[in-house]
Design a protein around this ligand. Structure first.
Ligand code: GLA
Length: 400
């Protein structure tokens, strides 16, 4: 972390806004997902890693039930709310999707109160945020904002919440207060990742394992390519993918698609066809079941110490996202095609899809040539140049 984005600067920002010293400074990171896309809300497996990019919060408690929120990144003054007035119907600070960043931290306070973790006037606080997580890039800037808020309040009020509980409450805030039907991956990644590791997570019971992911030791690099596009259809499509998966699970009589074993996939698809389930939904099922299998394959290869060999699994994951789950877009496909053509070991979209970012696994010596090839391909296709930077597996939420 640099001085430009560190405790000194955020403390000064807090002082300027609120005229006092903060009670502390906290950080929560954004993430990329190595493999396991749209599997989390199917109770399946995911494997994110935290980025060095973080959302910082300087915060102090208040005893009068007033919540004051300020962002150094978004123009506008302090948003002031009464914690007892927070409600998902009113949308709190105007509602996240319905108008503004403040709904995310407000939603977290609401979720903590709704769960009975905060009571009375507790939850009142002054918070000042600054973030280096790119927004709208599919790198979980919202989860970072939620998790840093919950982590700060957890410490300020001595709530004793575990990182996994924090993640659950933040997901609840985003689902019920902000109104985004996301799964648990992003919040778990921001709360639980550790430096030098990818997080293997079972989204059903939140069982987790920190998997060593030391790219440098193997002469490798994982590039994040932010396409800098976000296609409008993303939000509705996320909800409709989720609904299709849930309908298919119901039709098959299982709790979630995670319960369809890879070996039973063909039989399950035949059964769905017999039940009159449409071809698109059957492709969605095939994506989820094969994607869970790919997560397991990546784990096996990493456990065997062969990071290089995960490349083709990542690329196969992209094809499945593109063809079966239909959540890719021209720009993401172009990253994968041009990156692989220029010698990348593997590449895939990461996150929800319809724009945002892709990841590209390369041998260190090829990083520059691959980055250049992707940028040139974007230019030739008439797209804005993408933003490319290395994904260094970093630490989850913490007090600084
Ligand atoms: C978004 C959601 C996650 C997950 C991914 C797709 O990032 O917030 O819960 O579903 O999309 O894997």
């Amino acid at each position: 972390m640099t001085d430009e984005h560190g405790p000194g600067r955020i403390t000064a920002g807090f002082r300027e806004v609120y005229g006092s010293e903060p009670g502390g400074v906290w950080a929560a990171p954004g993430r990329v997902n190595l493999i396991g896309e749209h599997t989390d809300y199917n109770d399946g497996f995911v494997m994110p890693l935290a980025l060095p990019h973080t959302c910082l919060a300087a915060a102090s408690p208040r005893t009068d039930g007033v919540l004051r929120l300020h962002s150094g990144d978004v123009p506008g003054g302090v948003v002031e709310l009464r914690v007892e007035d927070l409600s998902p119907v009113a949308g709190g600070a105007g509602g996240g999707d319905r108008g503004g960043w403040a709904a995310y931290p407000a939603g977290v306070v609401w979720a903590l109160r709704e769960a009975g973790v905060l009571t009375g006037a507790d939850g009142g606080a002054e918070l000042h945020f600054e973030s280096t997580v790119p927004t709208g890039a599919g790198l979980s800037s919202s989860a970072a904002l939620e998790v840093v808020t919950a982590t700060a309040l957890n410490d300020l009020y001595g709530l004793g919440l575990t990182p996994a509980r924090i993640a659950r409450l933040c997901q609840r805030a985003e689902n019920a207060f902000v109104g985004v039907p996301c799964g648990i991956m992003d919040q778990m990644a921001s709360a639980c990742c550790t430096e030098g590791h990818a997080l293997f997570l079972d989204a059903r019971d939140l069982a987790q394992r920190q998997v060593p992911f030391d790219l440098a030791a193997e002469g490798l690099r994982l590039l994040v390519v932010d396409t800098r596009v976000k296609h409008e259809l993303g939000d509705g499509a996320y909800a409709s993918r989720r609904a299709a998966c849930e309908a298919a699970a119901r039709a098959l009589g299982v709790r979630a698609l995670r319960d369809v074993p890879f070996e039973g996939l063909e039989a399950a698809l035949a059964e769905l066809e017999r039940l009159g389930c449409d071809a698109a939904t059957r492709r969605r099922v095939r994506h989820v079941v094969t994607e869970d299998r790919r997560v397991e394959e990546v784990i096996e290869r990493l456990d065997a110490g062969d990071t290089r060999s995960i490349g083709p699994v990542l690329t196969a994951g992209h094809a499945s996202c593109r063809d079966d789950f239909e959540i890719s877009c021209e720009e993401l496909d172009l990253v994968v095609e041009s990156g692989c053509a220029a010698g990348a070991l593997g590449a895939r979209m990461t996150g929800g899809g319809f724009g945002g970012s892709a990841i590209v696994l390369v041998a260190e010596g090829d990083a520059e040539a691959v980055s250049k090839a992707v940028t040139v391909a974007f230019g030739a296709a008439g797209h804005r140049p993408p933003r490319i930077f290395p994904a260094v597996p970093s630490s989850g939420a913490r007090r600084l």
